[in-house]
Design a protein around this ligand. Structure first.
Ligand SMILES: CC(C)(COP(=O)(O)OP(=O)(O)OC[C@H]1O[C@@H](n2cnc3c(N)ncnc32)[C@H](O)[C@@H]1OP(=O)(O)O)[C@@H](O)C(=O)NCCC(=O)NCCS
Length: 215
């Protein structure tokens, strides 16, 4: 059991029985140092602050989206410069998950390990679903690959789902690379459903627009 602190709340989660995407149930060896680190992690979530490094955030995005890039996809978050990151995060509400790494002098250093962007305002025309008054949206969800699979993605989703309810939205939409079926399944398990297709001008794939009805 791993305790991850989400803002004011402490969330207890099961650390999965696999690491680095490998499944111990299939008899493959587990990577114990990573699992140890996940057990020791003290992750909190908060709004992005002006003292956070946009280069660090950009590197986190590139690391997280490297899997899609390896699939031949060209997501903007997988290749954007820090300047583009800056423009995007300040067009909406950006949240981050941070790990508190102990330093030799007893202090801690905050490391950005996850992020999500609520209500990004895009220059490009967006999908019709996002234009509906009752629909809020999020983008740029990413978790550092070393920290994936221990509930940080779920925590970040909970933040934007809560924010969408606070804003009076009835639906929370997102755009994802349609060919990434693992990602599609991840959202379906969290109550999202397919709504429509969309093609952004800056990607080389068709996107799937998913949405969740908020309670
Ligand atoms: C999608 C993403 C944010 C999920 O983050 P996460 O912190 O791994 O999410 P969680 O730990 O809450 O849940 C991950 C799920 O996949 C499983 N999983 C994924 N990667 C895993 C890994 N490396 N090890 C173990 N389990 C893993 C978890 O068990 C969990 O299963 P569940 O859906 O049955 O609960 C992360 O994989 C990511 O950054 N992907 C690349 C960027 C991306 O595609 N973003 C979305 C754009 S729309």
């Amino acid at each position: 059991m791993n305790v991850i602190r989400g803002g004011a709340r402490a969330i207890s989660i099961e650390v999965p029985s696999r690491t680095n995407g490998r499944d111990a149930r299939r008899g493959e060896p587990s990577v114990s140092p990573l699992l140890e680190r996940q057990h020791a992690a003290n992750i909190t979530t908060r709004r992005l602050s002006p003292s956070d490094s946009l280069q660090e955030l950009t590197t986190l995005l590139h690391r997280a989206y490297a899997k899609q890039v390896a699939m031949g996809l060209q997501p903007l978050a997988g290749r954007q410069s820090a300047d583009i990151t800056e423009k995007r995060v300040f067009s909406g509400e950006c949240y981050v998950a941070v790990d508190h790494l102990p330093l030799d002098d007893g202090r801690t250093k905050q490391k950005l390990v996850g992020t999500i962007l609520f209500h990004e305002s895009e220059e490009s025309k967006g999908p019709p679903w996002f234009e509906k008054k009752e629909v809020a949206s999020f983008s740029q969800l990413a978790v550092d690959p070393d920290y994936q699979g221990c509930g940080i993605g779920r925590m970040l989703l909970e933040i934007v789902e809560r924010r969408a309810v606070e804003e009076g939205a009835k639906e929370l939409g997102l755009s994802m690379a349609e060919p990434d079926r693992e990602l599609y399944d991840f959202y379906i398990r969290r109550g999202y459903r397919f709504v429509e297709h969309w093609k952004w001008p800056y990607t080389n794939y068709r996107s799937a627009i998913l949405s969740k009805t908020l309670k």
